[in-house]
Design a binder for this molecule. Sequence first.
Ligand code: CTP
Length: 438
Amino acid sequence: MTKVITYGTFDLFHEGHYKLLQRAKALGDYLIVAVTSDYFDKCRGKFNVHDSLMARVKNVEKTGFADEIIIEEYFGQKIDDIKKYGVDIFTVGSDWVGHFDYLSEYCKVVYLDRTQGISSTQIRNSHNIKLGIIGNEDILKRFLDEFNYVSGMEIAGIYCNNKAKPKSELKQFIDVVSLFEEVDAVYINLPLKERFDFMKKALLAGKHVLTEFPFCNNIEQAKELLDIASSKKLVLMEGLKTAYCPAFGKLISLAKSGVIGNILNVEARFTQILGEHLQEQVRIAGGSIESLAAYPLLVIFKLLGTKYKDIKFASHYENGVDVFSKIDFIFDGAIANATVAINAKAEGNLVITGTKGYIYVPAPWWKTDYFEVRYEDINKNTKYFYKFEGEGLRYELVEFVRSIQDGRLDNIILTRDEIFSECMVISRYNEQSGVQAF
Ligand code: CTP
């Protein structure tokens, strides 16, 4: 019996996939189809697969060509599979010519002609969401670089209300209304103080909104924005990149699964010395609380919820700007603290204390790619590694596209309750409620 194996994502199953499987089956007597897992796809840079793994497996199954379907989960699995299943022929489409020649040491390698004129990427791109950009702060360059990794969305152009013209090739709109006419969604990267007006205008014009964090620093305004978004069934998303990065999601799930027992304390630090960039940072994003507290608040709210019993702040000010701050929370059965700085430096780690052990995430924990679960008995310690791609913005962009496509208004990754609670903390701080200066 000749055993054949082939690999693919098989997203938005199309004729090219069908023909590939048909010919793969014809190469032998028994066909194994390996469908890539969502996580593995992300690891190899495929971020916007539309169909779930189960849907993709079902579509392969429906063709009737596969005798066995397996899941591809890691780099190097192909050699393991060939040995494990006693494979005689490995085959994939001609877009991979040469790439898998190294497998010929283990079995025959056949590249089948790819069906012309169709691909999952092409189908995904045929329903592109049109995105307009408002604002031209420095993060725009990184945003545009990361945008290249995301499909399902295209940029219609940019409107800059005050700053000099962007250096990019983007089409420039002279007023925001004409930008709204051409787009389905907007990315607003204006300084915090200028965001509200544009977010409100965009939502009232029926556009989905992605903005930088914190999305708002005033509770009344935050309520108004969230209400408009809900009533108009629009996505209003805060682009706090850590929330969307895969390792951070795994870390939260693991901590909540009980591996360290009950969580008693969360300590998160994010500190920077901005030096000569300090004034610019303050102009765009505010002091240490406004510009950085969103990161520690994210992990605290994710793990302990948003219903804290008490909150206190301590800040050190320079020229009226809080450059170093601490926030202490008391929850029912747990405490938490956040340290943020824009002109002081401390270890930027995250420690989650539990009754059975603790989780340690080294600096920079907000770009999580590695963490450890540690116990009294060090033999039980476990290390976890995950990939963090580029600047991390691609993860939030993919989520933005998905949320719009699937009509998911309250994003579970960063909920409306969490962003509203983050705004409440900042707003409370700005009202100087419970703040000690030192
Ligand atoms: N394939 C093919 N002809 C096409 C598209 C895909 O023969 N027009 C083959 C690929 O070469 C591969 C298998 O189908 O062996 C699964 O490919 P996959 O990457 O899942 O599909 P694509 O449409 O190429 O997906 P994407 O655009 O996301 O890369």
